[in-house]
Design a protein around this ligand. Structure first.
Ligand SMILES: Cc1cc2nc3c(=O)[nH]c(=O)nc-3n(C[C@H](O)[C@H](O)[C@H](O)COP(=O)(O)OP(=O)(O)OC[C@H]3O[C@@H](n4cnc5c(N)ncnc54)[C@H](O)[C@@H]3O)c2cc1C
Ligand SMILES: *[C@@H]1O[C@H](CO)[C@@H](O)[C@H](O)[C@H]1NC(C)=O
Ligand SMILES: *[C@@H]1O[C@H](CO)[C@@H](O)[C@H](O)[C@H]1NC(C)=O
Ligand SMILES: *[C@@H]1O[C@H](CO)[C@@H](O)[C@H](O)[C@H]1NC(C)=O
Length: 581
């Protein structure tokens, strides 16, 4: 075992420091068997939470709004189900699946042009398939910047609005990109008299913008979006690692104190890394760059070795090994400043100061040389690499301290229980603000992002299965967390729509824009509370997050796992190994 740890540790170090040049672009999530017909659609991980992939009869690639209108019209005339899809399909749940097998996919892959930059008004109008990466770089050329954004630049504007994506701040209008939308054009089905499709042009005067700016894709196809930007500015970033004993006390005030604050928490290591991140005057010297290490290309060979090591740790129940690997990973990330450099080349010390466009997001694993299958994004499903679940919810600031303390109690009872998530960089905790979007955040909150091992075999529980399930149920049910629409396992969406005070208003707009539900599917109806069945009951369902267990068969008794109450949150029902107390 010792030898093994050593090998694993050096692999990780290699993983983080290897300079890699050649990278393969991610596969197209849409594959068709004949031309652009008889297609399958999946996400960038190659699999939905229930391990299915979805079918469609064809894929269409509009390049202009006029083409888009005629495509929606012809599908609407034949009453075909439709779904909007994007170049990479980065959402985990089944948002992009049309109903049945005969649906039509409308891809925004070539709807990717910048329409207009208005420097004086500080706005930018883009087509919905523009990626965050292109948005950031085009805005910067005009001396403008989006103040807050997701940290991963591989998302499209349409997709990140569709799923309510965000960065981190409690300042201004908050960190959700949709709260910076000043107008938006959406193509939706219409009556035969109107030609079966029409464009709605919505601005801040229209109530309906509050539905369209976080729409889950069910209102139609967003063709263009205008975003309010700012004059480009500089930031100063310092990561400060501290003991986590007062984390619960600190979390709200830290978020108010620093404009771009976030916290990465490693509960088993009793450590929290505070991102002290503020705006500084434009003339402060520094040309820092953020190239987040986990979003860099990784050698496919390395990915396979790391995955195999983790598989072995899981099989033999090597909790100590996981804790050791977690420590090495965290130390490597912390000492290499998570991928920050002072000048684009090396990290020489804090603070790292630079322009917003170089610090706000990254994702170099997407940069590509066709056919060079040497490196990939760590989660690329074509290579043996990371395969995980992601649980992401936002908890209201007034109660988040209690959530943190409950997790700390769990760690006290089971000190190695959360080492596994620290291999995936712990709990990423970011600030979000109450939004005017009907399906946006309901109050100022802390969004908590947790990534953890998923076995290729759906019936195999993970190490400390029960602890992870309890954290998930604590966040989502005890503390009423709102699940991120673009992440999570099915159970997180159970009753979620009831947490949105304007859900009814959203449904009224949906009824008006698409009364026949052509852009809806069973999954979107379920998460919108229109149909039952968000959770799926079957053998082993709790292991996959398809259900909360209510009987032992939902766990896997043949492997020694039974459905039991939580350790701290007694109302939780989790799959526990008979040997654990
Ligand atoms: C590595 C990684 C990092 C991430 N980091 C963050 C982060 O920092 N913050 C965060 O909040 N999230 C993050 N996410 C999650 C991410 O926000 C969502 O998965 C994302 O918004 C999906 O964008 P997409 O362009 O891939 O859209 P898709 O997943 O393809 O689509 C999402 C939804 O939007 C709809 N849609 C897409 N385009 C349109 C359109 N033009 N008109 C109407 N509907 C449309 C789709 O039908 C679907 O319902 C991350 C994901 C990954 C893989
Ligand atoms: C599929 O659609 C794309 C984009 O419109 C087009 O370039 C390609 O030629 C189509 N393929 C076939 C076989 O029709
Ligand atoms: C900062 O400098 C850039 C040019 O380098 C300029 O476009 C921008 O407007 C300046 N921002 C502020 C806040 O003064
Ligand atoms: C930045 O500019 C301000 C005036 O706008 C000046 O007072 C200050 O000294 C400058 N700082 C640096 C580091 O040049």
């Amino acid at each position: 075992m010792r030898m093994f740890h050593k090998a694993f540790t050096s692999t990780l170090v290699f993983l983080f420091f290897s300079e890699v040049v050649f990278s393969t672009p991610p596969e197209d999530p849409i594959q068709c068997s004949s031309g652009n017909t008889t297609c399958t659609i999946t996400n960038s991980y190659g699999m939905f939470p229930d391990r299915s992939i979805c079918l469609a009869s064809q894929v269409l690639y509009p390049t202009t709004e006029q083409e888009l209108v005629s495509m929606v019209a012809s599908a609407a005339r034949s009453k075909s189900k439709m779904k909007v899809t994007t170049r990479f399909s980065h959402s985990i749940p089944k948002l992009v699946c049309p109903e049945g097998q005969n649906g039509v996919l409308i891809s925004t892959k070539y709807l990717n042009k910048v329409v207009k930059v208005d420097v004086a008004a500080r706005t930018m109008r883009v087509e919905s398939g523009v990626t965050l990466k292109d948005l950031i770089s085009e805005a910067a050329k005009a001396g403008l910047a989006l103040p807050y954004a997701p940290y991963w630049w591989g998302l499209t504007i349409g997709g990140l609005l569709g799923s309510g994506a965000h960065g981190s701040t409690l300042w201004g209008k908050g960190s959700s990109v949709h709260d910076y939308v000043v107008d938006l054009r959406i193509v939706r089905p219409a009556s035969p008299q109107e030609g079966y499709a029409k464009v709605e042009s919505l601005n801040e005067q229209h109530e309906e913008l509050n539905a369209a700016k976080v729409s889950l894709g069910v209102l139609g196809v967003i063709s263009q979006v205008t975003l309010k930007l700012e004059a480009i500015f500089k930031r100063s970033i310092t990561y400060v690692a501290k003991d986590d004993s007062d984390l619960g006390e600190q979390v709200a005030s830290f978020g108010h104190a620093h404009e771009f604050a976030d916290i990465t928490w490693y509960p088993s290591q009793h450590k929290a890394v505070y991102r002290v991140d503020d705006r500084v005057p434009n003339n402060t010297s520094g040309n820092g760059l953020y190239d987040f290490i986990p979003f860099r290309p990784v050698a496919s060979l390395t990915l396979a070795v790391v995955r195999t090591s983790e598989d072995i740790q899981e099989i033999v129940g090597d909790a100590n090994g996981k804790c050791l690997s977690a420590k090495t990973t965290t130390n490597t990330l912390v000492t290499s400043a998570y991928g920050l450099t002072n000048n684009g080349v090396i990290f020489t010390g804090y603070p790292v100061i630079g322009f917003q466009n170089r610090l706000q997001a990254s994702g170099t694993c997407l940069d590509s040389l066709q056919d060079a299958k040497i490196t990939a994004c760590a989660w690329d499903s074509r290579v043996k690499g990371e395969f995980f679940h992601q649980t992401t919810f936002s908890i209201g600031l007034p109660v988040v301290k209690n959530f943190i303390e409950d997790v700390q109690k769990l760690v006290q009872l089971e000190p190695k229980g959360l080492c596994g998530i620290e291999l995936y960089n712990g709990f990423l905790m970011r600030y979000v603000k109450a939004s005017s979007a009907y399906l946006g955040k309901q109050e100022d909150a802390l969004d908590i992002d947790i990534t953890y091992y998923r076995n290729k075999d759906p019936m195999t529980p993970r190490l400390y299965e029960d602890i992870l399930e309890e954290v998930e149920q604590l966040g989502i049910f005890k503390y009423g967390g709102l699940p991120h629409w673009g992440k999570n396992r099915n159970l997180a969406f159970e009753g979620a729509i009831k947490k949105y005070k304007n859900a009814e208003k959203f449904l009224r707009v949906k009824e008006k824009y698409d009364s026949e539900g052509l852009f809806s599917s069973t999954w979107t109806d379920q998460i919108l509370g229109l149909k039952d069945g968000v959770t799926i009951l079957k053998d082993g369902c709790a292991l996959e997050g398809l259900c909360i267990c209510s009987q032992d068969s939902h766990c896997n008794p043949s492997k020694g796992y039974y459905c039991r109450p939580g350790k701290v949150y007694k109302e939780a029902r989790v799959c526990t190994h008979w040997r654990s107390k």
